[in-house]
Design a protein. Structure first.
Length: 369
């Protein structure tokens, strides 16, 4: 069985690493049917710190093809991906296309495969923020409609699909990002020197990420977030995403306060900073979950989240881009000693073997041709 995997952004590399390992283990065990994987990198994330280093660190097989699409407006970027992915599919004729998450790479992979009548498997299906202003929401909804296999990380994701009338091919398998965190956390402890390089003590700092278009492309929202960062009671480490750097331009040097901006980080360095942060502030879906797995309170810089169970458990606070709201959330967490409430304890995202479940299901259900 020929699997063609489409990835293009940092979170997808992390998820794909876990599934690629499971595919390799299936092959090494001589299991039937034999599986082969070809990775296509759209080039959506093209900076080495956002792309190449992840393939190296996570030991993902090198992409067989890099489409080198790069950045650009949504229509132009997605159109270029669709054109180039289609050409690869026509040449290779895989038995299925494997896509991840909710980026433009996800959407382009799903559309190209569906129009050529190639089955699609969507990892991280069923997530909904119910905010159609987010391009990610459009991408995930369309990808789910076009998919034959929908691998959901939570019961809530399964319920979302059921409400939309999607019940066939739906599997709740947990979260492959948890597989990656379990596999890589000890490697981060052994190999990363990021804490020493930055001169940080555990639990003495906040870690922040800001990259979603709803924040970076809205001057008022970005100003509200940065104002809260400037008034933070503790130092904030802020790896600057290329989109955020482009938006701020010369203003990057004027953020002020106790904010320390750094370049985007390799995965293992980021994991170690997350584990040692006192509080994490982010608009990233993946970082929200990583905070939970490390037991670090999270303040989400959005008005809604797909990961509703984290809010319900009390370990994630939705603060939006309101300066006062962000600072109040930090104050409440500090008042309880910078810890998550006891209710945040039960595992929410599977047992760390989600990638193996995906491979097992595909091997059992997929048929060539």
């Amino acid at each position: 069985m020929k699997i063609l995997t489409v990835v293009g952004a940092r979170p997808q590399f992390i998820k794909a690493a876990a599934v690629s390992r499971a595919i390799a283990a299936h092959q090494a065990a001589g299991a039937r049917p034999p599986l082969t994987e070809k990775i296509v990198h759209t080039g959506q994330h093209y900076d080495d710190n956002m792309s190449k280093v992840f393939f190296e660190e996570l030991h993902i097989p090198a992409p067989a093809v890099n489409l080198e699409v790069g950045s650009g407006p949504h229509g132009r970027q997605t159109g270029a991906m669709l054109d180039r992915i289609e050409a690869v599919l026509i040449e290779d004729r895989p038995d299925l296309v494997l896509i991840y998450g909710d980026t433009n790479s996800t959407l382009a992979g799903a559309l190209a495969a569906a129009k050529l009548h190639i089955p699609v498997a969507h990892v991280e299906a069923g997530l909904r923020s119910f905010n159609r202003r987010m391009p990610e929401e459009i991408n995930r909804v369309v990808a789910d409609v076009l998919s034959t296999w929908l691998f959901c990380p939570t019961d809530a994701a399964v319920a979302n699909l059921r409400r939309e009338g999607v019940v066939k091919g739906v599997h709740q398998i947990g979260d492959v990002m948890y597989d990656s965190v379990l596999f890589n956390a000890h490697l981060a402890e052994e190999s990363s020197r990021i804490m020493q390089r930055l001169g940080l003590e555990p639990k003495s700092f906040y870690l922040a990420t800001v990259h979603r278009a709803e924040n970076t492309d809205d001057p008022a929202r970005l100003a509200g977030i940065l104002a809260a960062f400037r008034d933070s009671p503790r130092p904030i480490i802020l790896p600057i995403h290329p989109r955020t750097r482009k938006t701020l331009g010369a203003g990057l040097e004027k953020i002020g306060g106790r904010v320390r901006t750094i370049a985007p980080l390799p995965y293992l360095d980021m994991l170690l900073l997350e584990r040692n942060a006192r509080i994490i502030l982010t608009d990233s879906g993946g970082v929200q979950k990583e905070a939970y797995w490390f037991g670090v309170p999270c303040v989400t810089l959005r008005d809604e989240t797909e990961w509703v169970e984290l809010v319900q458990a009390g370990c994630n606070t939705l603060a939006g881009a309101d300066t006062a709201g962000i600072l109040e959330a930090l104050e409440r967490i500090e008042a309880r000693g910078g810890a998550n409430p006891p209710a945040a304890g039960p595992p929410l995202y599977g047992n760390g073997h989600s990638a193996e479940a995906i491979v097992r299901i595909l091997a059992a259900e997929a048929r060539p041709g």
